[in-house]
Design a protein around this ligand. Structure first.
Ligand code: SAT
Ligand code: MN
Length: 584
């Protein structure tokens, strides 16, 4: 099936271990996709949704114990534990292989084993990387077809280049007690057992494009980041590209396909990517980004004509839904869909009543091709990607973090990213709403020691004087009554405009110890229901809160011991001193 001996061998080896009834090499064609959809309709893996209102839309209901990433079962298996760092669960590679191979043994009996060659990034981009996922889940194959460039062209590239990341996956018994997501960055391989859920099972996404790729990026001098990429075009026709990192389920997809509000006629937003950015320094000294993915695996609840019209419209056809509710006439339904309809069955297929919690799972998802997005940027297919003007870090913080701040240059920006924190969401199993450190929104995704990762980020500083400006935003700040201070969604464009103006040196700022903050007059809030006092609260820097914050950052850095770059520790200390002196 391939002339690449290493690949051919590996497939044989896996088949000998897992003993499937048949092996199927996937070609990535539309006909093949259709075939798998029909198969899953037959087996009940998929339900057909209302084909009049939602042509080619299907619903998958996960096992109720398998609806999010499982960080406590996700391991980075490097030879030395310190290389994985305190930010990862670690297992010795040989032990990890033995443990998980024990689970894989014979697990595909009675099943078909699918071989999926895929390419992360435009098929002809020198920055793209290929992989092969072996799985026994047709749901995974169908999702990989939407999320990656999968099949024939990818296999040809693998045969040409001779290298690929190996990903072995089985849904196993979907038993949470027999579930592991293991990464072997030194071997460029991934083994995932016991889950069918997105980030655990679609191995091209978080496992390859972030955990393995971040490890490779460090060795090779580039960056693999948990960032959306968006183009902001002004009425004058000038386009700036921004890469922004937010934790899962904090609105990356919404920001990536933002609809300019009524007040912003003539502005246009172009989506390059909504989740992952691979960034390379090019000869012109600028950082260029590609989106390794070809589709969106987005959070469904909250998507409506006001919050994200682009997404709302693009998921009315050719979409796989996972864990949404349904109406009596089999339309997908979710909380805040605001279409006037009511759910009849909840995400588990039980009759819905409002006492049994949300109808759609809070982490229910859509899988859809990027080409269906009305704001899809033609530059998303560009070989070298797009040049990045600004990098934005963000989180979900009810307090402390102002609406926006700009760092004092690259190194301070690295500190801002490294110290970022956010309240946890339903995208991962565990308690939601707890503030935790989430550097660069990479806590669950950095495939090696965070301290080394920060050093890697710092290493770019002297390589170019045309690096992007670095910012931090917080759309989620609340007042004393617990109400959001900022309207968010389309209005976030106002903040992006300030960011671009700062990059272009067109606007002044208020200089504080933690960074540059907009002067209230420079943030356009015309037409918004925001009075001077609210704006002041949004932009305020409370010195005491920030001293506590920086203290927490120091505590967090301590977990990484001597490996933390001195530069970061010194900068942190200096800001703490400046805040103290300011108070004195
Ligand atoms: O990791 S997933 O792809 O399942 C979604 C996310 O957490 O961003
Ligand atoms: Mn994500």
């Amino acid at each position: 099936m391939t002339n690449n001996k290493v690949l051919g061998h590996w497939v044989e080896e896996v088949a000998a271990l897992t003993r499937p009834d048949q092996v199927r090499w996937c070609d990535g064609s539309d006909g093949e996709y259709r075939e798998f959809i029909d198969l899953m309709l037959e087996t009940g893996d998929l339900r057909e949704l209302n084909q009049e209102t939602h042509p080619n839309c299907y619903l998958h209901r996960s096992d109720p114990s398998d609806v999010a990433r499982v960080e406590h079962l996700t391991f980075v298996c490097t030879k030395n534990q310190e290389d994985a760092g305190p930010n990862n669960h670690w297992m010795e590679p040989a032990d990890a292989h033995a443990l998980i191979d024990g689970l894989f043994e014979g697990c595909m009996k009675g099943r078909t084993m699918y071989v999926i060659p895929y390419c992360m990034g435009p098929i002809d981009s020198p920055y793209s990387r290929c992989g092969v996922e072996i799985t026994d889940s047709p749901y995974v194959v169908a999702n990989m077809k939407i999320m990656t460039r999968m099949g024939k062209a990818a296999l040809e590239r693998i045969e040409r280049e001779g290298t690929f990341v190996r990903g072995l996956h089985s849904i196993g018994e979907l038993d949470p007690e027999r579930r592991y997501i293991m990464h072997f960055p030194e071997e460029l391989s991934i083994k995932s057992y016991g889950s069918g859920y997105g980030g655990n099972a679609l191995l091209g996404k978080k496992c390859h494009a972030l955990r393995i790729a971040s490890y490779q990026a460090r060795q090779e001098g580039w960056l693999a980041e948990h960032m959306l990429i968006v183009g902001v075009q002004s009425p004058e026709g000038e386009t700036h590209y921004i890469a922004a990192a937010f934790p899962s389920a904090c609105g990356k997809t919404n920001l990536a396909m933002l609809i300019p509000p009524e007040s912003h006629k003539g502005w246009k937003i172009w989506t390059v990517g909504d989740d992952i950015a691979w960034m390379h320094l090019r000869e012109d000294g600028r950082l260029w980004a590609i989106n390794p993915e070809a589709g969106y695996f987005g959070v469904v609840p909250g998507t409506n004509a006001d919050t994200n019209r682009n997404a709302y419209e693009m998921i009315t056809h050719d979409t796989i839904f996972t864990n949404t509710a349904t109406t009596l006439d089999e339309q997908p339904w979710w909380e805040n869909k605001d279409d006037g309809k009511h759910p009849t069955w909840d995400w588990q297929g039980r009759p819905y009543n409002d006492h049994s919690g949300p109808a759609a799972h809070p982490n229910s998802r859509f899988t859809v091709s990027a080409s269906q997005n009305p704001s899809y940027s033609p530059e998303a297919e560009a070989k070298y990607g797009v040049p990045i003007s600004a990098i934005v870090f963000g989180g979900r913080r009810a307090h402390v973090a102002p609406l926006v701040l700009q760092s004092r240059g690259w190194a301070h920006g690295v500190l801002v990213g490294a110290g970022a924190a956010s309240e946890t969401t339903a995208a991962a199993t565990g308690k939601t709403g707890v503030v935790r450190r989430d550097p660069m929104a990479m806590k669950p995704f950095c495939g090696y020691n965070f301290a080394d990762y920060w050093s890697h980020w710092l290493s770019f500083e002297n390589k170019s004087d045309k690096l992007p400006e670095i910012f931090h935003v917080n759309w989620f700040r609340k007042n004393a009554d617990g109400k959001f201070l900022w309207p968010g969604f389309g209005e976030n464009l106002r903040v992006l405009r300030w960011i671009i103006d700062r990059c272009e040196g067109r606007v002044d700022a208020r200089h504080t110890p933690i960074g540059h903050i907009p002067k209230p007059a420079d943030l356009d809030v015309s037409g918004l229901d925001i009075d001077d006092d609210t704006l002041e609260q949004l932009l305020s820097v409370n010195d005491i809160e920030w001293r506590i914050e920086l203290d927490e950052v120091a505590g967090f850095f301590k977990e990484f011991g001597d490996r933390v770059p001195k530069r970061l520790a010194e900068m942190r200390l200096k800001i703490e001193k400046d805040l103290t002196n300011r108070a004195a």
